[in-house]
Design a binder for this molecule. Sequence first.
Ligand code: TYD
Length: 206
Amino acid sequence: MKGKFITFEGCEGSGKSTQIRLLSERLTKEGICHIVTREPGGSDVAEQIRTVILNKNNSAMCDECEALLYAAARIQHLTEIVKPALDKGMLVLCDRYVDSSFAYQGCARGLGMEFVADINACALEQFPPDLTLFLDISPKAAFDRKHGADLNDRMEREGLAFHNKVYEGYLSLAERYPRIVRVQCGGTKYETSEIIYKLLKEKGII
Ligand code: TYD
């Protein structure tokens, strides 16, 4: 039996990691076999690529190089971590996936959706997510909530205009692909967690 691949998307500070943690705790209590992982990273090789991508000193990195490094980290992580877990029938909860590349590199960096789709063809064809939860909160509200951007992170250092483009990118992706569900994050973290849990039940994922 093949497992299910659930991806979490959203702007910086949208609360993905917290939501994944809360969901994972609940699934563990219920005895549902799952793994929690993240992009870029999640495996040794991919984590090494992550440090190169996010290093604030790498300001010379061109946009195409950035997009290719995300794609490289992705395929390594899929091969080493995601595929073996899915083959065992496990539920995979992944913090960011290919929609991050569409929103950040395709839309905000301006590389275009076709370029991103081409360099991620393998991931898109072989590992389409069963469900993508887009934690919907505007970049301004999210940065306010986490008291500003992390200036040691090359991506977070980009200004609000950049992150607004990322957000616009996500909104158009959510309109285009039915697998992407918008989760409103206006309430407390426990309310959002309840919405997510119910969604997974409704969709027959858990
Ligand atoms: P991370 O610290 O994991 O951010 P967050 O906690 O907000 O998820 O850093 C990942 C950064 O990489 C984040 O700024 C989003 C960006 N990113 C891309 O630009 N493209 C991608 O394909 C992925 C996976 C992430």
